[in-house]
Design a protein around this ligand. Structure first.
Ligand SMILES: [Zn+2]
Length: 224
């Protein structure tokens, strides 16, 4: 799981393009192949077989730098990714943080989609769902799905919980809204018996060294 890919000071949620290139190059040289969320779900639900070295790359929040920096790098290695979008702020600035980060436009999303990138919902306004009423949670989950489906003309099957916050009611609401799976920030690799609505992800932090990256890849955690 990544967030921002751009130059600037190292942050937990911002990786430099140089470091991102070195990680993608590592994956490519070691024979990893990117898979889609659909393919991962196929394993969890139907025990489908994956490539020998599968990796699913996801980006939360839909920052414009995903298009400016990450997308050309990923294309260079013939990799694909899934990006989780916050529909209220598409083509604007993030309205949940400091309001300074540029967010992808529909046009940029369309270009990446043509190249095989996938998009999922990260709610309509990026709230902490644990703090909302049941009705508000439902509209966050449903509105974002509907807006993405109208604009992209395809079913939106995957959801990612903002701030990784969820409880069992929220999990059930995501399922009832018609999603096929949801990504948490529970760390680790996904096994064949994973709950499709609590899929695990490994946060790749902007200041992680290559050693951390390799440990994450091999062990599903950044410590020995
Ligand atoms: Zn987020």
């Amino acid at each position: 799981m990544y967030h921002k890919v751009s130059p600037g000071k190292k942050e937990k949620y911002r990786i430099s393009p140089e470091r991102f290139i070195s990680q993608m190059e590592y994956l490519s040289k070691r024979g990893y192949q990117t898979i889609s969320s659909d393919e991962l779900l196929g394993v969890v639900r139907k025990r489908r077989i994956l490539p020998e070295k599968p990796v699913l790359l996801t980006f939360d929040d839909g920052y414009r730098d995903n298009f400016t920096y990450a997308y050309p790098i990923l294309k260079r290695y013939n990799f694909r990714a899934t990006i989780f979008l916050v529909t209220q702020y598409i083509g604007k600035k993030d309205g949940w943080g400091k309001g300074k980060e540029e967010i992808l436009s529909w046009e940029e999303i369309g270009k990446m989609r043509k190249e095989g990138f996938s998009f999922g919902s990260h709610t309509h306004t990026h709230p902490n769902l644990l703090k909302l009423s049941r009705d508000k949670v439902l509209s966050e989950i449903r509105d974002s799905k509907r807006i993405l489906e109208e604009r992209l003309g395809e079913p939106i099957k995957f959801f990612a919980y903002p701030y990784g916050k969820f409880n069992s009611q929220i999990r059930d609401m995501v399922k009832e809204a018609g999603y096929l799976g949801a990504f948490s920030t529970l760390p680790g690799k996904n096994g064949i018996d994973e709950d499709p609505f609590l899929l695990r992800r490994i946060l790749i932090r902007g200041y992680d060294t290559k050693f951390h990256f390799i440990l994450n890849l091999k062990l599903g955690r950044s410590r020995l």
